[in-house]
Design a protein around this ligand. Structure first.
Ligand SMILES: NC(=O)c1ccc[n+]([C@@H]2O[C@H](COP(=O)([O-])OP(=O)(O)OC[C@H]3O[C@@H](n4cnc5c(N)ncnc54)[C@H](OP(=O)(O)O)[C@@H]3O)[C@@H](O)[C@H]2O)c1
Length: 277
């Protein structure tokens, strides 16, 4: 089994350098996949109330032979539950669905600036952390302005920020900002949903040079570039292969060539303008 390096978060807790993403898939298949991911060595599992699969993730964790304390489960509060009281209630719904005593990492799914309730949501998350119901709190899709406002109004910085990041959208300024503030960046859609690298000669060349697959090159580019990818796959061989990115290093030229593929966000979801309920 691949040994996964650990990163230390600004709250002193540990974050595996790669995790497993879990968008909506058929429940029966999902439980099998999540169990398989744990068996393969993943110790960070990403879910969200919006994915409708917290119960399946919880079952996979509770049924796994991997000790609970070795697994970091992260879930997210949806936009419809923003607000102080709403977030506390939403968290209880997530915890009940997960059937866990505590949640390792609790994230704001989107800032939803049009509703302007993310600071109140953050206050509730600080309380959940202080009560020990959540080990780490963080955000997703937060730009500098949103993070600076959280710090200004509550004095508490997120432990991590999960953002869109892949070769077509390296999001380099955000990674630099997060790193400078001691915030870990996680990459969502780290493989660009499997499309971001198909046929790109820079990636194909690096894959041939290191004897790995293009997917592994992209995930290595992620970790070497300072972020924590959470790739999703339904294929057992890729679930295993995607973990195996710590035994080789890309050259400075290869890193730059892959970052140079930048074209923009795949789905056009600019967090400064997007509001999801
Ligand atoms: N916070 C947010 O707003 C947000 C938004 C989007 C996603 N997320 C999280 O990020 C996770 C990952 O993102 P994602 O699922 O959108 O995209 P992704 O992980 O970039 O890509 C998944 C796709 O890539 C394919 N794939 C996986 N490994 C591969 C490999 N080695 N070579 C070639 N293709 C490969 C998979 O197909 P196969 O199944 O056929 O392998 C799947 O279709 C999600 O599961 C979710 O947990 C968060």
């Amino acid at each position: 089994m691949t040994a996964i390096p650990i990163r230390k978060l600004n709250d002193g807790t540990a974050l595996p350098a790669i995790g497993y993403g879990t968008p909506s898939v058929d429940a029966k298949r999902a439980e099998e996949l999540f169990g398989l991911a744990l068996d393969a060595g993943y110790r960070l599992i990403d879910t969200a109330q919006a994915y409708g699969n917290e119960d399946v993730v919880g079952r996979a964790v509770n049924r796994s032979s991997v000790p609970r304390e070795e697994i970091r489960v992260q879930t997210k509060v949806p936009g419809r539950d923003h607000g102080y009281v709403e977030t506390l209630k939403s968290f209880e719904r997530s915890r009940a669905a997960l059937d866990l005593d505590y949640v390792d990492i609790y994230l704001i799914h989107w800032p939803n600036p049009g509703y302007d309730k993310y600071v109140e949501t953050w206050r509730a998350m600080i309380e959940l952390r202080d009560k020990g119901l959540v080990r780490s709190i963080g955000v997703c899709n937060f730009t500098y302005a949103f993070i600076e406002r959280l710090e200004r109004e509550t004095g508490v910085l997120p432990a991590l920020n999960q953002v869109e990041r892949h070769p077509l959208f390296p999001n380099a300024d955000q990674v630099r900002f997060d790193t400078a503030r001691g915030i870990a960046t996680e990459s969502w859609s780290p493989l660009g949903r499997g499309h971001a690298f198909i046929g790109e000669p820079e990636i194909e060349r690096a894959a041939a040079a290191h004897g790995v697959t293009p997917g592994q090159v992209v995930l290595r580019w992620q970790v070497q570039g300072g972020s924590v990818p959470i790739p999703f796959s339904t294929r057992p061989e890729r679930i295993v292969q995607n973990l195996d990115v710590f035994g080789f290093a890309l050259t400075r030229e290869e890193m730059a060539a892959i970052s140079g593929l930048e074209r923009g966000r795949i789905w056009g979801q600019d967090p400064s303008e997007t509001n999801y309920l």
